[in-house]
Write a protein that binds this ligand. Sequence first.
Ligand SMILES: Cc1cc2nc3c(=O)[nH]c(=O)nc-3n(C[C@H](O)[C@H](O)[C@H](O)COP(=O)(O)OP(=O)(O)OC[C@H]3O[C@@H](n4cnc5c(N)ncnc54)[C@H](O)[C@@H]3O)c2cc1C
Length: 408
Amino acid sequence: MNLKSFDIVIVGAGPAGGHCARILAKSGRTVLLAEQNDNFNKNDFSSAATPLETLSQFDLPESVIGSFWHKLTIETSKVTQTWESPESLGVVLNFAKFRAFLADEVERFGGEVWLGCRYTGHSQANGETAVEFKQLSDGQLIKVSTKVLVDATGFARAIMYDKENDKPNFLSGTGIEYLIEVEPEVYNKYANDLIFFLGDKWMPKGYSWIFPMEQNRLKVGAGRIFLDAKTVKHLSPLKQYIDLLIDEYLKSKNYKIIDKHGSTLKYSRGLQDIYWKDNIIAIGDTVSTVNFLGGEGIRHGMDGAEIAGKYIEKYLDGKISDFRDYETQMHRKFDGKWNISERLAVRKYIDDVNDELTDKMISYLKYMKTEDIMDILFYYKFEKISRGFGGYLWRKFQGLMQRLRKSF
Ligand SMILES: Cc1cc2nc3c(=O)[nH]c(=O)nc-3n(C[C@H](O)[C@H](O)[C@H](O)COP(=O)(O)OP(=O)(O)OC[C@H]3O[C@@H](n4cnc5c(N)ncnc54)[C@H](O)[C@@H]3O)c2cc1C
């Protein structure tokens, strides 16, 4: 039987898979983007906050924006700090509309998008790869053939690892978020503000957040990371901390829950993921492009997808015979900042920094300019912290970093 054949089959229509399919379809390759969910509202899991430049960097339209924000607030147990700008600093994307937009772009450029199709396996034959999907509506099995297969299945890493047991230990993160509709007076108070909660009072061993969305809607969520399931068994459920934010912080009496969603992140310490095997290449969270300190992964996944796109084109043109250089370039791009972020994340969320130190650190940051805070939170320029700290706290912070380096 002759299988339908593609240059590239990409499994997983998240930000990384969707963007990779979009750029390859645009450059004239035959592309299939396959996703297990049959519509994008089903796994609308991400809070999807991102700095403003994401829009121009990846050519995203206004229609995928949930809201703009021009304020950043950090709440600890005892301290509140806000930094703001007259201009917008970033957006909260409507994650469902954003991924649907990427899929529409793939079709606009001549690619195919198959929703409701779960990848179930692949086999190699005659220099090409046969990929098998199960259509979820009727259980039918579909096979296609491809020159390059892309694992963009996020934390599942469904292609890179055949069996769950083959996977190494990852750092895990779990986040739950409610999309709520609130009274206009509550919404107006928080409509332009990205608020993070770091102290034990709000979210021990993790962080929680309130992000603005479309008119009268807010995203309220809580997340934590852990090394193995045992370490979180004794902790209270995340839902309790979301209720706390709604009742005690927002003080909303008549809110309506529009949606409850959540997901998992699995991050490889030291970026030890498998980046490629034969003609298979992994992108996005499958190779830990999510930054584990802040949990931001959308634009980094898309960044990595662009790097992968270049190597896939070279491979298809016969200029390279494997994806070794892709792996090298990804390490060059991510290793430095990701390794520091990872150590800080482990220290803050797992080893649990003393709550008072968190209060102190945040209160010293108040002297910093908004652009410096953006650089630290979104561009991981931790060296800028020295400017905001007094001598004592800066020495303490350096001591902490030294201890972390030794323990790694
Ligand atoms: C609660 C939470 C809040 C977050 N908030 C933010 C934020 O504010 N800003 C930000 O930048 N990042 C945020 N992130 C991280 C960000 O959402 C992820 O890093 C990003 O979505 C990763 O993109 P991806 O394309 O690699 O993977 P994913 O978005 O996970 O996409 C993978 C896709 O593969 C599909 N798939 C999996 N297995 C199969 C299979 N066998 N067959 C077919 N399809 C399959 C899945 O259904 C999914 O659609 C958050 C994450 C969580 C969990």
